[in-house]
Design a protein around this ligand. Structure first.
Ligand code: ADP
Ligand code: MG
Length: 929
């Protein structure tokens, strides 16, 4: 299966990957046990614990061996056939799990529930008790090794609530839980906004009823977001069960404190929590109070806009090249997740945005505070993930230590903030953070610090994590255990003395326990009286003989008992510490969130200081006034490449400030700017930078500009025409029109619309007419603020006809017949397209560009005469006039010329242009020869 595709439905997988035969009569007890467990988990690969391996059998083994590239072997026979088998060692299980999950498999982990020794007590044939302890699916991961530290991993339940009344708009309820942190959000969106919401959440896994997953748009965007889709029975969307489960989870009798939930939301919550129960086998996850999400207080950004603006991922699908990568200066995983969450859902309320900007502003200004805070946070562990693992009984000693160290970081950070508060006073946002940082666990931190060694081991099983001096009984048991070891060494010395055998050693193995070993040649005295009284023969090996003695047995008993007792006491301490942490789960959750916010805000402060960003002004008006704006990603890329510096540009839409900037003298106040200019001038860059500045401003970040005044935007749309959208399976032009339709149907007076070369995907005059009508509609009906880049010069005439449309262009200079891009936006329309100069830059042979210049001159003349008529370029008597240049006149159009005249540079994609150049070069070469 290709990565990124929604994974196959479990039902499919059950059919293809893992049917195991049902237990017929006469199978061995252990085979019967396996078949029973497998039958209960038909849709998963079964990781079956056997000693130090997880083993897979039958079809599971075949599928896993292929997916992991490991050896497929055989183990025994079932009903006369070899049983295919493969296995992965326990200590590398996470790595293999990760690879299987990435490939769309689900894995059931089956553990031994008792010590094999226990089973043996029930009889030599007794089978070790085993059962599945957890289902591993893409949306329920908790291990750091399976997760990206910088990305959230949501499990999202989708539910299309029945319409309250016929004709009312369809809504979808969503409930999302990051099981690895307990982050939980619930909301409803209009059905039309679902794709945008899916891309915003980018869940690891979505669960929904079959009907919903069959929806083409849903499948498409799940695929693009790289989300696995798991169908669940429609019956699990039960709002009453949802309400009950949620109350139980949050430990409340009434949900009122968390706001009102719709029936649809409760149904989605019901399916979500049921699925968590199913996959975690009833273990209780850590759940933070649900946050409301929804479109009312957020800047709504639809799915194509998210993709086209490359907010969290570049078009390549990678983080590199995205806006997120350009602005991320956080120093912790939780901080990076918080930043990504803010970027994915910018706000709409000016107050809430201002509160964030206050915090960022202080941290941008106060360099000492910022550096101290960032320095302190750098070592902060991921507390939220540690707490979640502990809650799911999957945590280890390092998770306890993470809470201890996190509490210390929180305390240190709170000190820094308190000191700053004394000097400059803190904005509300930072005061609230400071409170959360100190609200939890003063006692807990002290307990953890005194209980745990500085650097605890990874595994809980082997002990060694409790600090000496924490518990006297543990110290005693350990003393006894370790003393006994010393006693053993003394015993060895004594035996060497008593027997005179220098090579005598006291050794240990799992079968004999402690024993005395002497070389075979020296064994004789021990086998005869009087030493044989003490030394009882156990084993004769090739070169050595082994004995035990009554003292050895006695001391061994003491060692084993003491070691077991010490281990038992450590497990007790672990359980107590885990319980103490669980007792403060809510406050610790707040504290973890506060650390993440602080890191995010300090990172944005760092960004602002480093890149010279300014604080934007946001209000309820409809202004859009950016002075000297820059593109946050391109600017940094140019800097990194030591290329030219980025040229800043103004953008003043709608009710402008006191006056228009220099260079825009003739531009009157207008809501829509038509941007014309040759290819490569910087039109797309200009459009996108203004959209990105809006996103940054409303998420509460400073922005790359000299000043920015933005009347709050409710919906942001961005479309790039003629983008190569073939991968998404629809013809380019169709996609362009579908997406343009969405804008015209949804944009309001408060929206900001960026249209880049819309109408390119069809024939010239079709495209021109559509672009024309779109601008008129935006102007007359939507009345939104918009930037419209176009290569259709004809559109510039609209500025004369529509009051709120103004022309701007991007400056270019000609210099010795070459074109120089100034990348500077100014008032007015582009005088022409400079296609021939661009072709020259691209290395088109001189005769071709020279001839093209002549043809252009003819066309322009003819066009002048034909204005207002129906004359198409194709109808012009292109080759009627005799060329008068030094280019040898061909009898008719040469093949190269004919090919050239058939090209419309404005309609070429870069790839097609390159191909055309090769073709023309080849034709030109043939012409000459
Ligand atoms: P267009 O859409 O007009 O064809 P683009 O926006 O794609 O042009 O820009 C072409 C190239 O010019 C970009 O790759 C970018 O590196 C450069 N560029 C664009 N705008 C600027 C600017 N303001 N300052 C510096 N370089 C720019
Ligand atoms: Mg462009």
């Amino acid at each position: 299966m290709a990565p990124g595709e929604p994974s196959a439905a479990p039902a499919d997988r059950a059919a293809t990957a893992a049917p195991a035969p049902s237990p017929p009569a006469g199978v061995t007890p252990s085979m019967a046990q396996f078949l029973e467990i497998k039958a209960a988990n038909p849709d998963c690969l079964l990781f079956y614990r056997m000693g130090d391996f997880y083993e897979l059998f039958f079809e599971d083994a075949v599928a896993a061996a292929q997916a992991l590239g490991i050896v497929l072997t055989k183990r025994g026979k079932h009903l006369g056939h070899d049983i295919p088998m493969c296995g992965v060692p326990i200590h590398r299980a996470d790595e293999y799990l990760q690879r299987l999950i990435r490939q769309g498999f689900r894995v059931a982990v089956c553990e031994q529930l008792e010590d094999p020794a226990e089973a043996r007590k029930r009889g030599s044939k007794a089978v070790v008790r085993r059962d599945v302890v957890r289902l591993v699916t893409p949306g329920t991961l908790t291990e750091d090794s399976l997760l990206d530290a910088k990305a959230r991993n949501y499990l999202t339940a989708l539910f299309d609530a029945p319409k309250p009344a016929a004709g009312s708009p369809a809504t979808i309820a969503l409930a999302s839980l990051d099981l690895s942190t307990g982050e939980f959000e619930v909301g409803e969106v209009a059905a039309a906004d679902l794709p945008g919401e899916i891309v915003r959440l980018s869940p690891g896994e979505v669960i929904a009823a079959d009907r919903m997953l069959a929806d083409e748009a849903v499948r498409k965007w799940l695929g693009i977001a790289g989300t696995a889709a798991t169908p669940v029975p429609a019956a699990s969307f039960d709002s009453l069960a949802g309400e009950r489960l949620l109350k139980a989870q949050l430990g409340v009798a009434d949900l009122a404190a968390f706001g009102a939930f719709t029936r649809g939301e409760l149904a989605a919550i019901g399916a979500l929590l049921k699925y968590v129960e199913l996959t975690q086998l009833g273990k209780r996850p850590c759940l933070r109070p649900p946050r409301r999400s929804g479109s009312a207080d957020r800047l709504v950004i639809d799915a194509p806009t998210r993709a086209s603006l490359e907010l969290l991922r570049a078009l390549s699908g990678e983080r590199r090249g995205s806006l997120l990568a350009a602005i991320d200066r956080t120093v912790t995983g939780p901080g990076a997740r918080e930043l990504a969450a803010r970027l994915a859902s910018p706000l709409r309320a000016p107050d809430a945005i201002a509160a964030r900007l206050d915090a960022v502003g202080l941290l941008a200004e106060d360099e000492t505070l910022r550096e101290d805070v960032r320095g302190t946070l750098r070592s902060a562990p991921d507390i939220a993930r540690a707490i979640s693992r502990l809650a799911l009984q999957r945590g280890g000693p390092r998770d306890l230590a993470a809470v201890r160290d996190g509490l210390a970081t929180a305390r240190a950070s709170a000190h820094l903030l308190a000191a700053a508060a004394g000097v400059v006073g803190l904005p509300d946002g930072l005061s609230r953070i400071a409170e959360c940082l100190t609200a939890a666990g003063a006692g807990l931190e002290a307990t953890l610090a005194s209980a745990l060694v500085d650097e605890p081991p990874h595994l809980r099983r082997d002990g060694g994590f409790v600090r000496a001096g924490f518990r006297t009984d543990l110290d005693e048991a350990r003393g006894l255990r370790d003393d006994s070891r010393k006693v053993m060494a003394a015993l060895e010395a004594r035996y060497v003395g008593a027997t005179g055998i220098k090579a005598l050693k006291v050794r240990h193995n799992n079968i004999l326990g402690f024993y005395v070993e002497v070389p075979a040649a020296a064994a004789k005295p021990l086998l005869s009286e009087p030493l044989a009284d003490t030394f009882r023969h156990r084993q004769t090996m090739a070169g050595a003989v082994r004995f035990s003695t009554p003292e050895l047995i006695e001391i061994e008993g003491r060692i084993v008992t003491a070691a077991e007792r010490a281990l038992g006491l450590e497990q007790e301490v672990f359980a107590e510490l885990a319980a103490a942490i669980a007792g403060e789960e809510a406050a610790l959750g707040e504290l973890a969130a506060a650390l993440a916010e602080l890191d995010c805000e300090a990172g944005l402060g760092e960004l602002a200081a480093e890149q010279g960003y300014v604080r934007p002004v946001l209000d309820a008006g409809l202004t859009f006034d950016i002075r000297s704006g820059r593109h946050p990603v391109v600017e940094q890329a140019l800097k990194a490449a030591n290329a030219q510096t980025f040229i800043d540009n103004d953008c003043v839409l709608a009710a402008a400030g006191p006056q228009m900037p220099a260079g825009f003298d003739e531009v009157t106040e207008a809501r829509i700017w038509l941007v014309t200019g040759p290819n490569m001038a910087g039109k797309s860059t200009f459009l996108r930078q203004n959209a990105l500045i809006t996103v940054l401003a409303q998420m509460g970040s400073f922005v790359p500009a000299a000043s920015a005044h933005i009347g709050i935007v409710d919906r942001l749309f961005s479309r790039v025409g003629a983008a190569d959208d073939l991968a998404r399976g629809r013809s380019t032009f169709m996609v362009e029109m579908v997406e343009t339709a969405a804008i015209l149907n949804q944009a309001t007076e408060r929206s900001l619309v960026i249209l880049d070369e819309i109408g390119r995907g069809t024939a010239t005059f079709d495209g021109l007419s559509i672009a024309w009508a779109v601008v008129e509609y935006l102007h007359e009906v939507n009345k939104c603020r918009a930037l419209f880049a176009t290569h259709y010069h004809e559109l510039t005439a609209l500025a004369g006809r529509l009051l709120q449309v103004a022309n701007v262009t991007i400056d270019v200079r000609e210099w010795r017949e070459e074109i120089v891009f100034l990348h500077k936006v100014k008032g007015g329309a582009a005088d022409r397209s400079y296609g021939i100069q661009v072709a020259k830059l691209a290395g088109l042979p001189k005769p071709v560009t020279a001839r093209a210049a002549e043809v252009l001159a003819l066309l322009e003349k003819a066009d002048g005469k034909a204005r207002g008529g129906e004359t198409l370029i194709d109808d012009l008597p292109l080759f009627a006039a005799r060329p008068k240049s030094h280019v040898p006149a061909p009898a008719g159009p040469s093949p190269a010329e004919a090919a050239l005249s058939a090209i419309n540079p404005d309609e070429l994609s870069p790839k097609a242009a390159l191909e055309a150049l090769y073709r023309l070069k080849e034709l030109a070469r043939k012409d000459r020869s």
